[in-house]
Design a protein around this ligand. Structure first.
Ligand code: C5P
Length: 243
């Protein structure tokens, strides 16, 4: 009996490809290219602010053409507003049936709960301290504690308020895995295959290391989307994940 390939059934690699595409046609083409290999497509602020719901519809159409209609959609909108407004925004994206929707943990427990209640079938993924902020920036913002401590405190608060996932840097994943219940998904951007360009990611890790430390889903953009052959690039990273 042969072992399953990354393309078969539930054996898709735990990778969310960041579809930070310049236009809808590219987004759909990228989606078709990677959908046979990966479990998730991430549609972020750039595409959603430009094309709205159509960006997610096109991502799904691309995946469907490539034979993976059930691919997970990760809607990375990083919502942060009063609870009533976030509840309204969450309801507004309900028809897109995202598997994940990001919110800022800094919005507080009532806001996170509002999003979780509005979208019971979606995992609300809380972003704690942005990885673009360093210790000095955190002090300037008047937040008490070192960034690692704040990440853990906010992650616990988010989970207690209904978040089912936490977005964190590869540097934080091991300590969060120990601090949070096992059913909370840990999602890590800043993942780079060995030998790849780090681009502007300051704290990157290899796919194998991030998974070893407890990550459930790896967000990878440019190391796949800037390659000539996106499917081959996705397969290479999937192999590094052991799939
Ligand atoms: O191209 P690259 O792999 O760096 O893309 C990473 C994706 O993850 C981008 O869509 C970026 O917005 C997102 N992201 C990140 N760092 C975070 C949160 C999200 O790079 N802390």
């Amino acid at each position: 009996m042969t072992s399953p390939t990354p393309e078969s059934g539930s054996e898709k690699a735990p990778i969310a490809v960041a579809l930070d595409a310049p236009d809808l046609d590219s987004l759909r083409t990228w989606s078709s290219a990677v959908a046979p290999v990966v479990s998730c497509l991430k549609v972020g602020l750039e595409a959603f602010c430009r094309d709205g719901h159509v960006s997610v519809v096109q991502a799904r159409l691309g995946a469907t053409e490539a034979g993976n209609p059930d691919i997970d959609i990760f809607l990375d909108l990083k919502l942060h507003d009063i609870p009533a407004t976030v509840r309204g925004a969450a309801r507004a994206v309900a028809p897109l049936e995202p598997t994940y929707l990001t919110v800022h943990a800094a919005g507080g427990p009532a806001m996170i709960e509002a999003a979780a209640t509005a979208l019971p079938a979606t995992r609300i993924a809380a972003v704690t301290v942005l990885t673009s902020l360093d210790a000095q920036n955190v002090v300037e913002l008047g937040i008490q504690g070192d960034p690692q401590e704040i990440v853990e405190r906010w992650a616990r608060m988010a989970v207690d308020s209904g978040a089912g996932a936490i977005v964190c840097s590869p540097k934080e994943v091991a300590s969060l895995r120990g601090a949070l219940p096992n059913d909370v998904k840990l999602i890590t951007p800043g993942v780079r295959p060995s030998g790849a360009d780090a681009h502007d990611q300051r704290r990157s890790a290899s796919p194998r290391q991030a998974l070893h430390d407890g990550a459930d889903l790896l967000v990878v953009g440019r190391p796949i989307t800037q390659q000539q052959d996106l499917r081959a690039a996705a397969r290479g990273i999937a192999q590094e994940c052991g799939r």
